[in-house]
Design a protein around this ligand. Structure first.
Ligand SMILES: CC(=O)N[C@H]1[C@@H](OP(=O)(O)OP(=O)(O)OC[C@H]2O[C@@H](n3ccc(=O)[nH]c3=O)[C@H](O)[C@@H]2O)O[C@H](CO)[C@@H](O)[C@@H]1O[C@H](C)C(=O)N[C@@H](C)C(=O)N[C@H](CCC(=O)O)C(=O)O
Ligand SMILES: Nc1ncnc2c1ncn2[C@@H]1O[C@H](COP(=O)(O)OP(=O)(O)OP(=O)(O)O)[C@@H](O)[C@H]1O
Ligand SMILES: N[C@H](CCC[C@H](N)C(=O)O)C(=O)O
Ligand SMILES: [Mg+2]
Length: 493
């Protein structure tokens, strides 16, 4: 694509070192290390370093032009705009041929349940005979091919490139998690969602958003940016959780059609007559297209919400109720979400990604409903993340378990001792154990557990690493739990 064709999309810019911009652009890059001959290199001022410092390196690697926010020393054509992140979203969308307009695109936001709900939507789309794409915390998945990711929602360049790949590989329906960080940093500017889903809003990420109000607003951008016109060639839908107070604001923020779901409040899509056992849940799924009985393996009220959100997204996508229910009844569990580790022991071990107060409370309450005996909770909090949630999570663990064991999650650059001290502020005067090493904490819980007990290992779910300082060490809660169980069996208890 020619540089001047791309720049036509940016009405205001300054240019130096070039009379005419009839230059072939072979790729767009935001990382100098990825630059090739003919790349347009975009300088992004990051949280760690300033991308403007890499313009010279980009030139050495063959860049054809530079897009920057200020004048820089470089004899390549330099285009200067006010906001390179926003310009990158516009240019990437054009460079890859507006792929999001051609996909049926479903975006899911909310504090908890995005990964789970996106996998349920993926399975419904597949059951409807569509080739699917999925973007989220665990991976990018095109059909059955999986690639690793750094972020839940990638930067706009990676995102548009991924949409293009999906289209080229025949994907018809794509579902993605849209994090509040991504909305706030403009990673999804210009994405043409057809359906936007809201799961729930509870405390998390106050390190970044500072207040719950600004966190709520950031999530609202998904709805305010959704088909902001009454005349669009495809109808747009906001699928909102009527039991969550934030939905009333999101209804006001969007011009899209609204489809609500809920358990407690009257909604378009509802679960009625919910019956839960330790091995599954049944309910009547009420939708605008009729009511149908569902029997599924997932348990917990939170799981019913995720299924309702997914059913809403599917209904808004025109998928018949029978196809939706069939997919829900055959759902495969999502890795690290209420995952039962069974190595033949006589107590239950559950690995779950609960890393927020609300998710921890939901999971422990669900376990409590069915536990016949003691509940152990191995819980930690991530470093370089919301500090305010630490005492709250500790208090929840102490309230809803019999034996809370506080340990490290991913300490990252923080001192693990300090993270545990922050947690302890929430449990003054209560009984708990504190074991910094996550491996030792898991071993301790499993060594103590007796027949009929439940051990919850919370916070890291599918993760196969632990970040301590700058080191990324191999660590998998499930694998450590299995080792602990066999050590107990071979007489380690
Ligand atoms: C705080 C934050 O969001 N940081 C994101 C940001 O990194 P950064 O600003 O530190 O980037 P940087 O290292 O300063 O680099 C600035 C620029 O210089 C360029 N560079 C850098 C080095 C070099 O040699 N050459 C070069 O050109 C970089 O490519 C970049 O363009 O831009 C990167 C690329 O897009 C992101 O991967 C990174 O996410 C980090 C890994 C992260 O942890 N983010 C979290 C907070 C996050 O976004 N989480 C949400 C999920 C939250 C949820 O649970 O809901 C998510 O969507 O992932
Ligand atoms: N609807 C829900 N409401 C509350 N808690 C939930 C819900 N769904 C899942 N959870 C809990 O939250 C944990 C994380 O779920 P999931 O990974 O689906 O959320 P997420 O929104 O993708 O999280 P992240 O922001 O880290 O990507 C689960 O392991 C479970 O404990
Ligand atoms: N997307 C979340 C994941 C947290 C997972 C937990 N294990 C941690 O490291 O805090 C975050 O980055 O805040
Ligand atoms: Mg997720």
């Amino acid at each position: 694509m020619k540089l001047n064709e791309l720049l036509n999309l940016l009405p205001f810019y300054k240019c130096k070192n070039a009379e005419e911009l009839n230059i072939d652009i072979q790729s767009i890059e935001m990382d100098s290390r990825e630059v090739k001959d003919g790349s347009l290199f975009i300088c992004i001022e990051g949280f760690t370093v300033d991308g403007h410092l890499f313009a010279a390196a980009a030139k050495d690697k063959g860049a054809a032009a530079i897009l920057a926010e200020r004048d820089i020393e470089c004899d390549l054509p330099v285009i200067i705009v006010n906001d390179t992140k926003r310009a990158m979203a516009v240019l990437a969308d054009a460079f890859y041929g507006q792929p999001s307009q051609k996909l049926h695109l479903i975006g899911i936001t909310g504090t908890n349940g995005k990964t789970t709900t996106s996998h349920i939507v993926e399975q419904i789309l597949k059951n409807h005979g569509k080739k699917t794409g999925l973007i989220g915390t665990m991976y990018i998945k095109i059909g059955e091919n999986v690639s690793n990711v750094k972020n839940t929602t990638p930067d706009s360049l990676t995102l548009q490139k991924t949409f293009r790949r999906m289209l080229d590989e025949g994907v018809e329906g794509a579902v993605m998690e849209v994090s509040s960080h991504a909305l706030h940093m403009g990673r999804v500017y210009g994405c043409d969602y057809d359906v936007a889903v809201f799961t729930n809003l509870t405390q998390d990420h106050l390190d970044y958003h500072k207040t719950m109000d600004s966190y709520r607003q950031a999530k609202g951008l998904l709805f305010s940016q959704l088909g902001n016109t009454f005349y669009h060639n495809k109808p747009k839908f906001a699928v909102l959780n009527n039991d969550d107070p934030a939905s009333s604001q999101y209804k006001l923020m969007t011009a899209a059609h609204i489809l609500t779901y809920g358990i407690d409040s009257s909604s378009d899509i509802m679960a009625e007559d919910i019956k839960m056992t330790a091995s599954g849940t049944s309910f009547n799924l009420k939708t605008p297209a009729g009511t149908k009985k569902v029997e599924m393996k997932l348990i917990g009220k939170f799981s019913v919400y995720n299924v309702l959100a997914a059913a809403g997204a599917a209904a808004a996508s025109g998928i018949p109720l029978d196809t939706i229910v069939e997919a829900i009844e055959n759902l495969q569990a999502v890795r690290g979400r209420f995952e039962v580790v069974d190595a033949g022991q006589d107590f239950t071990v559950i690995v779950d990604y609960a890393h927020t107060p609300d998710s921890l409370e939901n999971v422990l309450k669900t376990i409590r409903q069915f536990a016949r005996s003691n509940v152990y909770a191995v819980v930690g909090c991530g470093g370089d993340r919301d500090r305010a949630k630490r005492p709250v999570m500790a208090e929840i663990a102490a309230t809803y378990s019999d034996v809370p064991i506080f340990t490290s999650d991913n300490p990252r650059s923080e001192n693990p001792e300090q993270i545990l001290k922050d947690m302890e502020q929430g449990v003054m005067g209560k009984d708990y154990l504190k074991i910094i090493s996550r491996e030792q904490a898991i071993f301790a819980a499993i060594e103590k557990a007796e027949a009929g007990d439940v051990v919850l290992i919370a916070g890291k779910g599918h993760e196969t690493y632990q970040i301590i300082g700058t080191e990324i060490l191999d660590f998998d809660d499930r694998e450590v739990a299995i080792r602990a169980i066999s050590s107990v069996r071979s007489g380690g208890k």
